[in-house]
Write a protein that binds this ligand. Sequence first.
Ligand SMILES: C[S@@+](CC[C@H](N)C(=O)[O-])C[C@H]1O[C@@H](n2cnc3c(N)ncnc32)[C@H](O)[C@@H]1O
Length: 278
Amino acid sequence: MGMDERQHIIAQRYELYHQKIYIEEHIKNEILDIFKKTEQDKYYITPTFLEFFFKNDTEIWLNFARHIENKRCLEIGSGPNGASIQWLFVREWIIIDPLIDEYKKLLVESGSIVSWPANIKTYAQNAENIIAELKGKIDGVIVCKNCLDHAGSHLEILRAISEYAVKGCKLLLWTDLYHLLGHDEGHSNITANVDEFKHYIEALGFDVLYGTPRFREDRSTIEYGCVAVKSRESEPFPLSYKKGKSKFFVIFAALLVYYILKVKRKILKRKGYKSFFL
Ligand SMILES: C[S@@+](CC[C@H](N)C(=O)[O-])C[C@H]1O[C@@H](n2cnc3c(N)ncnc32)[C@H](O)[C@@H]1O
């Protein structure tokens, strides 16, 4: 699963095409509004982010905001309007997104921002390629929202995340794992097994604190989101993480056992056996 290089180039063309339209039609006004509110309250957070990662609870958000305020934070696959451009109270942000230079240009040209914020350093590259100077250097938060199924290798990106995070660093993660109705050229499938994916995050040294609410109300995808904290070293690679059993597998196994018992019962009945189990 994931994408090869050619598929990823096509996916990124698709991404840029849609983001251009989105910046013109929505993001410009969204960003202008957020900046206006941030001038009055530096900890302003949009209702979407509050609900998504902070249980709609301002206290949880404020504790989190104070935790990251004086730290170095990283956003992977930020798009043009990620957490990094919204939470400007943070001392230092780093963005890794292959399209970030295009977004910067589009944001300035569209009048969404006057100039690029000085506290956000950017790397216009794929996050699969580990950046040596960031290893063990992120102590605030790593945000990776709606990026993994747009990338070439989600496993390589997760591995990079675990190498950048020091103990105590938070992780805000959300991704579509599996597109139940099929997917277009901008997306790929990761896995249909949520438990397996969660075990992978844990094997990378993160403790999952809580999950995010369901985002796709139409249930068109299997999704996974969490707030986690780096608590220990990652297991050595390749990870020997315990595979969880997918819901499909559990249902399939239960039906199989039921069917076998039913057939067995019929055979025994036909042979005239009476058993405790009948
Ligand atoms: C759907 S957008 C999500 C933007 C934003 N995080 C949000 O939730 O609105 C996906 C972003 O991931 C970026 N992306 C795609 N492949 C990537 C990769 N290999 N490494 C880092 N970012 C990638 C894309 O350029 C795009 O900006």
